[in-house]
Design a binder for this molecule. Structure first.
Ligand code: G3I
Length: 342
């Protein structure tokens, strides 16, 4: 009897370990990165999954030509205590990318969110110096390994005014310009992006972003690209997205889709998954139609690890693979679109 109990306990332990490791990779109908040819196809990376789940790592390595840290290069993670920097998780991703010949999108240097409390408490010139040092230290560490940075993230409100943040409050409008100039000096080779959420369609936010980029470029501020996040839902790609990408590209900057996902109401039925596939396909095709649209990054690639259910209760199923890493209709639609057959 005691032996039987011991065996059952041991079997339970093994099962728990296997569950924590997640599903193993499943047969893949194709590789996204191979289909894309000249564009980079990327994904945000969840550090816990990267550490613990072999199946996740395998898909990450095989499918994508670019990776973006979902959280681990945000300031609160890199320097939770002033002067005590922790690069461990960020290094882990950069090393993984090097091992698999992938580009890295550095995300993100100056953002209103996920700052350590000590930064939020700074004032005036002290804040300015600290922001500059943060940009320099981070970019210099990864120079040559991270060639694209989201230098400034989400500076605008939906109505096109500046979003309140410690930077806006303490430094005024000039913080955006200062961040880009500092970044150029820190790493003259890196592509410097302004990344914005909800600016896909022409409208108050996108128009203000356009005016801002045009004005900054006019004054010689080094902006190389504008990122459109594309957090979408079943309503689809906003009308005018392609034309919007085009007008920004016409300013002489690169553009990119940087955080695409398509959130659905849960549980998502087959019809909803088909709608989702159409939305993804539309976004991919819009990027492919613009020669200066350099990359398409998804905000996660499996429903097992996505920010949506945690922040939008009742919604999810937003990515290309299901929680068991099986391709969804969206995956096949993206693959076809990337191959020019969608
Ligand atoms: O790591 C801590 C953990 O130690 C703690 O126990 C737990 C308790 O809440 O929180 C964990 O941190 C969470 C972190 O994700 C890592 O899981 C934060 O609370 C949570 O706020 C954070 O959410 C991230 C969010 O940015 C923060 O605003 C999402 O994962 C991430 O997907 C999301 O990404 C942003 C982009 O950077 C910018 N564009 C919008 C996009 C979606 O919001």
């Amino acid at each position: 009897m005691a032996v039987l109990v011991a065996v059952l306990v041991a079997a339970g332990a093994v099962l728990r370990v296997l569950q924590a490791r997640g599903p193993e990779a499943v047969a893949l109908p194709g590789q996204l990165q191979k289909a894309a040819e000249k564009r980079l196809v990327g994904t945000a990376v969840d550090d816990t999954a990267l550490r613990n789940e072999p199946g996740y790592r395998r898909n990450l390595a095989e499918q994508f030509s670019s990776v973006t840290p979902e959280n681990v290069m945000k300031w609160a993670v890199l320097e939770p205590v002033r002067g005590k920097r922790d690069w461990a998780a960020a290094d882990r991703l950069v090393d993984f990318a090097a091992e698999h010949d992938q580009a890295v999108r550095g995300h993100t240097l100056v953002w209103f969110s996920q700052n350590p409390p000590w930064v939020e408490a700074l004032e005036g010139d002290e804040l300015l110096q600290v922001v500059r040092e943060h940009i320099r230290t981070t970019m210099e560490r990864y120079a040559g390994r991270i060639r694209t940075w989201d230098v400034v993230n989400e500076p605008l409100e939906d109505d096109g005014t500046r979003r309140p943040s410690v930077f806006q409050r303490e430094l005024g409008d000039g913080w955006v310009e200062d961040a880009f100039r500092t970044a150029r000096v820190a790493d003259g080779e890196a592509k410097l992006y302004l990344n914005e959420i909800g600016a896909e369609a022409p409208g108050p936010k996108s128009d203000a972003l356009y005016a801002l980029v045009r004005e900054l470029l006019g004054r010689g501020v080094p902006i190389d690209g504008v990122g459109f996040q594309a957090h979408l839902n079943r309503r689809g790609v906003p009308d005018g997205f392609r034309a919007n990408l085009e007008r920004f590209a016409a300013l002489g900057v690169d553009v990119a889709i940087t955080e695409a996902d398509v959130a659905l109401k849960l549980p998502a039925d087959a019809a909803a998954l088909r709608v989702q596939a159409r939305v993804y396909r539309g976004a991919v095709k819009d990027c492919l139609a613009i020669p200066r649209c350099r990359s398409i990054t998804f905000w996660g690639f499996t429903d097992r690890h996505s920010w949506i259910p945690a922040t939008q209760p009742g919604r999810g199923a937003a990515t290309l693979l299901d929680a068991e890493l099986r391709p969804k209709p969206a995956y096949r639609a993206v693959l076809k679109a990337l191959r020019g057959r969608g």
